[in-house]
Design a protein around this ligand. Structure first.
Ligand SMILES: NC(=O)c1ccc[n+]([C@@H]2O[C@H](COP(=O)([O-])OP(=O)(O)OC[C@H]3O[C@@H](n4cnc5c(N)ncnc54)[C@H](OP(=O)(O)O)[C@@H]3O)[C@@H](O)[C@H]2O)c1
Length: 219
Protein backbone atom coordinates (compact mmCIF):
# COMPACT_ATOMS: atom_id res chain seq x y z
CA UNK A 1 0.00 0.00 0.00
CA UNK A 2 0.99 3.64 -0.37
CA UNK A 3 2.16 5.81 2.50
CA UNK A 4 -1.46 7.01 2.85
CA UNK A 5 -2.82 3.46 2.97
CA UNK A 6 -4.17 3.15 -0.57
CA UNK A 7 -3.95 -0.14 -2.42
CA UNK A 8 -5.09 0.99 -5.85
CA UNK A 9 -6.37 4.02 -7.70
CA UNK A 10 -9.98 5.15 -7.77
CA UNK A 11 -10.66 3.12 -10.93
CA UNK A 12 -9.50 -0.08 -9.25
CA UNK A 13 -7.16 -0.54 -12.18
CA UNK A 14 -4.10 -2.71 -11.53
CA UNK A 15 -1.44 -0.25 -10.41
CA UNK A 16 2.19 -1.19 -10.66
CA UNK A 17 3.57 0.99 -7.89
CA UNK A 18 5.95 -1.32 -6.05
CA UNK A 19 9.49 -2.48 -6.81
CA UNK A 20 10.84 -5.73 -8.27
CA UNK A 21 11.93 -6.58 -4.74
CA UNK A 22 8.33 -6.31 -3.54
CA UNK A 23 7.10 -8.55 -6.35
CA UNK A 24 9.71 -11.13 -5.40
CA UNK A 25 8.61 -10.79 -1.76
CA UNK A 26 5.05 -11.57 -2.86
CA UNK A 27 6.21 -14.66 -4.78
CA UNK A 28 8.28 -15.83 -1.79
CA UNK A 29 5.26 -15.55 0.51
CA UNK A 30 3.05 -17.29 -2.07
CA UNK A 31 5.64 -20.06 -2.37
CA UNK A 32 5.41 -20.83 1.35
CA UNK A 33 1.67 -21.44 1.24
CA UNK A 34 -0.26 -24.60 0.43
CA UNK A 35 -3.00 -22.45 -1.13
CA UNK A 36 -3.18 -18.91 -2.50
CA UNK A 37 -6.48 -17.07 -2.11
CA UNK A 38 -7.82 -13.97 -3.90
CA UNK A 39 -11.22 -12.34 -4.20
CA UNK A 40 -13.19 -12.47 -7.44
CA UNK A 41 -12.54 -8.80 -8.30
CA UNK A 42 -8.78 -9.24 -8.04
CA UNK A 43 -8.85 -12.35 -10.27
CA UNK A 44 -10.87 -10.37 -12.79
CA UNK A 45 -9.31 -6.88 -12.71
CA UNK A 46 -5.68 -7.93 -12.28
CA UNK A 47 -6.19 -11.05 -14.43
CA UNK A 48 -3.68 -12.94 -12.30
CA UNK A 49 -2.55 -16.52 -12.94
CA UNK A 50 -1.28 -17.04 -9.39
CA UNK A 51 1.68 -19.08 -10.58
CA UNK A 52 5.29 -19.16 -9.44
CA UNK A 53 7.65 -18.16 -12.27
CA UNK A 54 10.82 -18.74 -10.22
CA UNK A 55 12.14 -22.31 -10.57
CA UNK A 56 14.11 -22.04 -7.29
CA UNK A 57 10.92 -21.31 -5.34
CA UNK A 58 9.21 -24.32 -6.91
CA UNK A 59 12.22 -26.54 -6.16
CA UNK A 60 12.22 -25.38 -2.53
CA UNK A 61 8.54 -26.31 -2.31
CA UNK A 62 9.23 -29.79 -3.64
CA UNK A 63 12.10 -30.18 -1.15
CA UNK A 64 9.63 -29.28 1.64
CA UNK A 65 7.22 -31.96 0.39
CA UNK A 66 4.79 -29.49 -1.21
CA UNK A 67 3.43 -29.52 -4.74
CA UNK A 68 5.37 -27.23 -7.16
CA UNK A 69 2.56 -24.65 -7.16
CA UNK A 70 0.04 -23.77 -4.45
CA UNK A 71 -3.60 -24.65 -4.97
CA UNK A 72 -5.39 -21.57 -6.37
CA UNK A 73 -8.57 -20.48 -4.60
CA UNK A 74 -11.07 -17.73 -5.26
CA UNK A 75 -14.34 -16.68 -3.63
CA UNK A 76 -17.44 -15.08 -5.06
CA UNK A 77 -20.96 -14.76 -3.69
CA UNK A 78 -22.53 -14.00 -7.08
CA UNK A 79 -20.47 -16.55 -9.00
CA UNK A 80 -20.38 -14.68 -12.31
CA UNK A 81 -16.73 -15.56 -12.94
CA UNK A 82 -15.49 -15.33 -16.52
CA UNK A 83 -13.95 -18.67 -17.58
CA UNK A 84 -11.76 -16.87 -20.14
CA UNK A 85 -9.62 -15.23 -17.45
CA UNK A 86 -5.91 -16.06 -17.51
CA UNK A 87 -6.07 -18.15 -14.35
CA UNK A 88 -8.16 -20.71 -16.24
CA UNK A 89 -5.68 -20.85 -19.12
CA UNK A 90 -2.87 -22.09 -16.87
CA UNK A 91 -2.99 -25.73 -15.83
CA UNK A 92 -0.35 -25.66 -13.08
CA UNK A 93 -2.37 -26.50 -9.97
CA UNK A 94 -5.99 -27.15 -9.03
CA UNK A 95 -8.35 -24.17 -8.99
CA UNK A 96 -11.05 -24.15 -6.33
CA UNK A 97 -13.98 -21.75 -6.44
CA UNK A 98 -16.01 -21.17 -3.28
CA UNK A 99 -19.32 -19.64 -4.21
CA UNK A 100 -23.05 -20.03 -3.75
CA UNK A 101 -25.87 -21.71 -5.65
CA UNK A 102 -26.69 -18.18 -6.88
CA UNK A 103 -24.01 -18.86 -9.50
CA UNK A 104 -25.96 -19.03 -12.79
CA UNK A 105 -26.09 -22.55 -14.34
CA UNK A 106 -24.31 -21.33 -17.48
CA UNK A 107 -21.34 -20.17 -15.38
CA UNK A 108 -21.38 -23.41 -13.36
CA UNK A 109 -21.12 -25.52 -16.51
CA UNK A 110 -18.33 -23.41 -18.03
CA UNK A 111 -16.29 -23.19 -14.83
CA UNK A 112 -16.59 -26.91 -14.00
CA UNK A 113 -14.38 -27.64 -17.03
CA UNK A 114 -11.52 -25.68 -15.46
CA UNK A 115 -12.09 -25.71 -11.69
CA UNK A 116 -13.71 -27.47 -8.76
CA UNK A 117 -16.78 -25.66 -7.49
CA UNK A 118 -17.84 -25.63 -3.86
CA UNK A 119 -21.28 -24.04 -3.81
CA UNK A 120 -23.20 -23.30 -0.63
CA UNK A 121 -26.97 -22.94 -0.52
CA UNK A 122 -26.68 -19.93 1.80
CA UNK A 123 -26.47 -16.51 0.10
CA UNK A 124 -22.89 -15.90 1.26
CA UNK A 125 -19.75 -17.98 1.40
CA UNK A 126 -18.81 -18.93 4.95
CA UNK A 127 -15.07 -18.21 5.02
CA UNK A 128 -14.38 -20.23 8.18
CA UNK A 129 -16.15 -23.24 6.63
CA UNK A 130 -14.10 -22.71 3.47
CA UNK A 131 -10.84 -22.83 5.45
CA UNK A 132 -12.02 -25.97 7.30
CA UNK A 133 -12.75 -27.64 3.97
CA UNK A 134 -9.36 -26.63 2.56
CA UNK A 135 -7.76 -28.28 5.54
CA UNK A 136 -9.83 -31.44 5.68
CA UNK A 137 -10.24 -32.17 1.94
CA UNK A 138 -7.09 -30.64 0.45
CA UNK A 139 -4.63 -30.93 3.34
CA UNK A 140 -4.03 -27.16 3.26
CA UNK A 141 -2.20 -25.90 6.35
CA UNK A 142 -1.22 -22.40 5.21
CA UNK A 143 -3.20 -19.99 3.04
CA UNK A 144 -1.66 -16.85 1.53
CA UNK A 145 -4.44 -14.34 0.89
CA UNK A 146 -3.33 -11.72 -1.64
CA UNK A 147 -6.39 -9.52 -1.40
CA UNK A 148 -8.27 -7.66 -2.48
CA UNK A 149 -9.33 -5.40 0.26
CA UNK A 150 -12.94 -6.61 0.45
CA UNK A 151 -11.89 -10.19 1.02
CA UNK A 152 -9.16 -9.14 3.44
CA UNK A 153 -11.68 -7.15 5.48
CA UNK A 154 -14.09 -10.13 5.56
CA UNK A 155 -11.33 -12.40 6.82
CA UNK A 156 -10.25 -9.84 9.43
CA UNK A 157 -13.81 -9.35 10.70
CA UNK A 158 -14.11 -13.08 11.24
CA UNK A 159 -10.76 -13.33 13.03
CA UNK A 160 -9.30 -15.53 10.29
CA UNK A 161 -6.01 -13.69 9.68
CA UNK A 162 -2.96 -14.54 11.76
CA UNK A 163 -0.24 -12.65 9.87
CA UNK A 164 -0.11 -9.53 7.73
CA UNK A 165 2.73 -8.86 5.31
CA UNK A 166 2.60 -5.22 4.39
CA UNK A 167 4.84 -3.25 2.04
CA UNK A 168 4.76 0.52 2.34
CA UNK A 169 5.46 1.96 -1.10
CA UNK A 170 6.85 5.51 -1.39
CA UNK A 171 3.76 7.19 -2.85
CA UNK A 172 0.69 9.10 -1.74
CA UNK A 173 -2.44 8.71 -3.87
CA UNK A 174 -5.02 10.55 -1.79
CA UNK A 175 -8.67 10.42 -2.67
CA UNK A 176 -11.58 9.22 -0.57
CA UNK A 177 -12.56 6.93 -3.45
CA UNK A 178 -9.21 5.19 -3.67
CA UNK A 179 -9.54 1.88 -1.78
CA UNK A 180 -7.51 1.39 1.39
CA UNK A 181 -6.14 -1.84 2.81
CA UNK A 182 -9.59 -2.70 4.15
CA UNK A 183 -11.50 -1.46 1.12
CA UNK A 184 -14.03 1.30 0.59
CA UNK A 185 -16.40 0.30 3.37
CA UNK A 186 -17.11 3.54 5.26
CA UNK A 187 -17.90 1.82 8.54
CA UNK A 188 -15.31 1.04 11.18
CA UNK A 189 -14.39 -2.59 11.72
CA UNK A 190 -16.72 -4.11 14.35
CA UNK A 191 -13.70 -4.20 16.66
CA UNK A 192 -10.21 -2.81 16.29
CA UNK A 193 -7.63 -5.40 15.34
CA UNK A 194 -4.46 -5.34 17.39
CA UNK A 195 -1.24 -6.16 15.49
CA UNK A 196 2.18 -6.97 16.82
CA UNK A 197 5.17 -5.99 14.66
CA UNK A 198 7.42 -9.03 14.32
CA UNK A 199 9.69 -7.96 11.46
CA UNK A 200 10.67 -4.77 9.62
CA UNK A 201 13.08 -4.43 6.72
CA UNK A 202 13.89 -1.37 4.65
CA UNK A 203 15.02 -1.91 1.07
CA UNK A 204 15.46 1.24 -1.00
CA UNK A 205 12.46 3.46 -0.37
CA UNK A 206 10.18 0.60 0.64
CA UNK A 207 9.45 -0.77 4.06
CA UNK A 208 8.55 -4.46 4.45
CA UNK A 209 6.54 -5.12 7.58
CA UNK A 210 5.35 -8.36 9.10
CA UNK A 211 2.64 -8.20 11.72
CA UNK A 212 1.18 -10.94 13.83
CA UNK A 213 -2.52 -10.31 14.29
CA UNK A 214 -3.14 -10.54 18.02
CA UNK A 215 -6.80 -10.09 18.77
CA UNK A 216 -9.76 -7.83 18.34
CA UNK A 217 -10.12 -5.11 20.95
CA UNK A 218 -12.96 -2.72 21.63
CA UNK A 219 -11.51 0.78 21.10
N1 LIG B 1 -2.14 -3.39 -3.62
C1 LIG B 1 -2.38 -4.66 -3.41
O1 LIG B 1 -1.59 -5.32 -2.74
C2 LIG B 1 -3.58 -5.32 -3.98
C3 LIG B 1 -3.79 -6.67 -3.76
C4 LIG B 1 -4.93 -7.26 -4.31
C5 LIG B 1 -5.82 -6.49 -5.03
N2 LIG B 1 -5.58 -5.18 -5.21
C6 LIG B 1 -6.54 -4.34 -5.94
O2 LIG B 1 -7.76 -4.38 -5.24
C7 LIG B 1 -8.83 -4.28 -6.17
C8 LIG B 1 -9.84 -5.36 -5.86
O3 LIG B 1 -10.21 -5.27 -4.52
P1 LIG B 1 -11.70 -5.47 -4.07
O4 LIG B 1 -11.75 -5.19 -2.62
O5 LIG B 1 -12.57 -4.72 -4.98
O6 LIG B 1 -11.98 -6.98 -4.44
P2 LIG B 1 -11.64 -8.45 -3.93
O7 LIG B 1 -11.59 -8.52 -2.44
O8 LIG B 1 -10.51 -8.99 -4.72
O9 LIG B 1 -12.95 -9.17 -4.48
C9 LIG B 1 -14.21 -8.79 -4.01
C10 LIG B 1 -15.17 -9.81 -4.49
O10 LIG B 1 -14.76 -11.10 -4.02
C11 LIG B 1 -15.86 -11.80 -3.53
N3 LIG B 1 -15.77 -11.82 -2.06
C12 LIG B 1 -15.09 -10.99 -1.24
N4 LIG B 1 -15.27 -11.35 0.05
C13 LIG B 1 -16.09 -12.41 0.01
C14 LIG B 1 -16.66 -13.22 1.01
N5 LIG B 1 -16.44 -13.00 2.30
N6 LIG B 1 -17.46 -14.21 0.63
C15 LIG B 1 -17.69 -14.44 -0.68
N7 LIG B 1 -17.19 -13.71 -1.69
C16 LIG B 1 -16.40 -12.70 -1.33
C17 LIG B 1 -17.09 -11.02 -4.00
O11 LIG B 1 -17.33 -11.48 -5.32
P3 LIG B 1 -18.74 -11.39 -6.09
O12 LIG B 1 -18.97 -9.93 -6.33
O13 LIG B 1 -18.50 -12.16 -7.34
O14 LIG B 1 -19.77 -11.99 -5.20
C18 LIG B 1 -16.58 -9.60 -3.96
O15 LIG B 1 -17.30 -8.71 -4.76
C19 LIG B 1 -8.26 -4.44 -7.55
O16 LIG B 1 -8.28 -3.20 -8.18
C20 LIG B 1 -6.84 -4.87 -7.32
O17 LIG B 1 -5.98 -4.28 -8.26
C21 LIG B 1 -4.50 -4.57 -4.70
Amino acid sequence: MTVDGKITTRNFSPVDFTSREDKLHLFRQRALADAVLVGHTTVERDNVRLGLPQADLREARIARGQTPYPIRVTVSNEGRIDNQLKIFQTDISPILIFSTTRMPRKFQAALREKATLHLTKSPHVDLAAMLRKLRSEYNVRTVACEGGATLFRSLLERGLVDQLNLTIAPYLFGGANAPTLTGLNKTFLPASVHCSLIDMRVIGDECFLTYRIKRKTKL
